[in-house]
Design a protein around this ligand. Structure first.
Ligand code: DGJ
Length: 362
């Protein structure tokens, strides 16, 4: 064996010891590297409830999010959770964006709207709660408008605002624009869905505070402020959270959850022939069991709904997005994406350990 230059003058047992130390160090370094940074492998499947890494090998940090499609790319916007902070220690860092052409492999586009770490008086001052961002494109103004639940620093969950930020590009940066109280209530409103109908009208469907009625309001043409009064969505149970609305073949479908803080509960599913209601309840649309976390449908596989993605290029293909919250270590929260099956025009969502777009059968 060729000797290392500096060992040539040492006795044999010392040479062996040094050789062993070098080998052990190399092995330990490889092990540490592989635990901190996963090398990027092209992904061709979804693996619900498992760690999902971006194209840099870092776990995706976009919780409570939504996805839009613009000029050939999907953009995923979600809550950026700060490492080392629990929810109680204010883990919200802003809106994080990722882009993808195939829905499996996501490129980190960075934090496109940050909380403000300098100005304590800012609406976005660090210590605010910034949740469930959703982005909508306004054709009229050629503007991307981001909406999010915003609880000002020092206020807590009692009084909520809808924060609004804008950008002329999908991957931001977004500039904070203003806030308003949703639901027509001085206490604001909580979880929401922004639904843009075929005629371009944008609606804010949300759970009003403090009475937890589920209400709908239309926004103005700029998509900045509610225009006119909110009205109750008849047929939708009180305390409905985490809503997402989509329209298919002239029927509106609403997926949501009950209200139990960060803890999961059963999903709720409604349809209506008009966006203003009345809504018909169809119970829990979920089936199956999440073996990874040992949770069934009474707790939505351990998740809470956040969005439904229409898949481009495949007709009638929709993906339901859910979050597994980890309030003690929110950055470690996971994602459950599952295909929506449609039978007799009704949605159902069945657990899968892994799946790909072939699930849509085309
Ligand atoms: C459930 C909501 O859906 C989440 O966005 C978050 O606000 C938690 N409640 C807080 O308990």
């Amino acid at each position: 064996m060729q000797k290392l230059f500096f060992t040539q003058f040492l006795p044999n047992h010392f040479q062996m010891k040094i050789f062993n130390v070098i080998i052990i160090n190399v092995l330990v370094s490889i092990l540490c590297y592989s635990q901190t940074q996963k090398p990027f492998l092209m992904q061709t499947d979804f693996h619900p409830a498992q760690i999902w890494s971006d194209t840099n090998g870092n776990p995706i940090n976009a919780h409570g999010g939504g996805v839009i499609f613009f000029e050939g790319k999907y953009y995923w916007y979600g809550e950026h959770k700060l490492a080392g902070k629990s929810e109680a220690q204010f883990a919200d860092g802003g809106i994080h964006c990722y882009s993808s052409e195939d829905l499996f492999n996501w490129k980190d586009e960075g934090i496109v709207l940050s909380v403000d770490y300098q100005d304590e008086k800012s609406d976005l001052a660090y210590g605010c709660i910034l949740e469930r961002p959703k982005v909508v494109y306004n054709e009229k103004n050629k503007q991307f408008v981001a909406y999010f639940k915003l609880y000002l620093r020092g206020i807590g969950y009692e009084t909520s605002n809808v924060g609004v930020a804008v950008s002329d590009k999908p991957a931001g940066p977004f500039v904070y624009h203003h806030r308003f109280h949703g639901g027509g209530s001085p206490k604001g409103s909580g979880d929401f869905s922004m639904f843009r109908d075929d005629d371009g009208n944008l609606y804010h469907l949300t759970v009003r505070k403090p009475d937890k009625a589920f209400v709908i309001g239309k926004l103005d043409g700029d998509y900045y402020y509610p225009e006119g009064d909110y009205q109750i969505c008849k047929g939708i149970e009180l305390h409905t959270e985490a809503p997402v609305v989509i329209k298919r073949k002239g029927v509106y479908h609403l997926l949501g959850s009950g209200s139990s803080g960060w803890k999961p509960n059963a999903a709720r599913y409604y349809t209506s022939k008009s966006i203003l209601g009345e809504w018909t309840y169809h119970g829990n649309p979920c089936h199956g069991y999440n073996k990874i976390d040992s949770v069934g449908i009474e707790k939505t596989f351990g998740g809470q709904s956040s969005y439904i993605i229409p898949v481009q290029g495949i007709s009638d293909a929709y993906i339901a997005m859910f979050d597994i919250w980890r309030p003690e270590n929110p950055v470690a929260g996971r994602y459950i994406w599952l295909p929506i099956e449609i039978k007799e025009d009704k949605f159902s969502i069945t657990w899968r350990d892994n799946w790909n777009l072939d699930a849509f059968g085309q």
